[in-house]
Design a protein around this ligand. Sequence first.
Ligand code: ZN
Length: 216
Amino acid sequence: MALAASVAVDVGHYLKEPGAISARGVTEFEYNRELALEAAQTLQRAGHRTLLIGEDGMVEDLGGRAPRARGMDLFISIHHDSVQPRFLSTWEHEGQPRQYSDLFSGFSLFVSRANPHLEASLKCASAIGEALRQAGFKPSRYHADPILGENRPFADEANGVHYFDNLAVLKTAAIPALLFEAGVIVNRDEELRMRDPAVRRRIADSIAGAVGRCLR
Ligand SMILES: [Zn+2]
C-alpha cells in the first residue's frame, strides 16, 4: 500500500482565456476541468488528500496558483495541447469553420529547473509518463524539436518529460510541481479520444498510481 499524499490539481487556464480551441470548437479549459475533476476523485479514492485549483474558471493569476498549494506534496497542472498556428488547417464541423492539425498527437509532461524541488518534480513526471505508456498512451515528441520551433529539451525522453523553466505556474511553486498536457485536442482523432470517459478514467488511474509511487 502506497503512502497517502496531498496533491494539488490545477485546472489549466480560466474562462476569460480558456487556452486552446479544439478541432470541434471546445475550449481547452473545459477539457482540463473534466480531467482534473476525474484525477482528483481518483486520487481521493486511492486515499490521497487533494486540493482543486481553478475549477470555477475564475483564477486569472497564474503565478498565484501554486502558492495556494503550500505545504502539500505535489502540484499538478492539467492541460490539453495545441500546435503552432502555422500547422493549423481549416475544416468544417457542424456548419462552422474550425482549425485543426492531425500532424501531432500524444501526451507531454513539463518540469521547471526554477523549481526548488526539481528532482522530486521530475521523479513524479517520469512516473506519470511511464504509467501512461503502460496504459497504452504515447508521448508526443514535437515539443523537443528545434525545427518545429519548440526546442524544449527532454528531461526524460522515454517518458515524454521536458524542461520548461519559465512556466509561471511551475516556477512559482515551492513544492514539487509538474505540468501535464494530456493530448492534442486540435488533432481530430485525438480529440475524440480525449472526450471518451473511459480514456479519461485510464489517464486518471495512471496519474493516481504514479503519484502513489513517486511520493513514497
Ligand atoms: Zn494549456
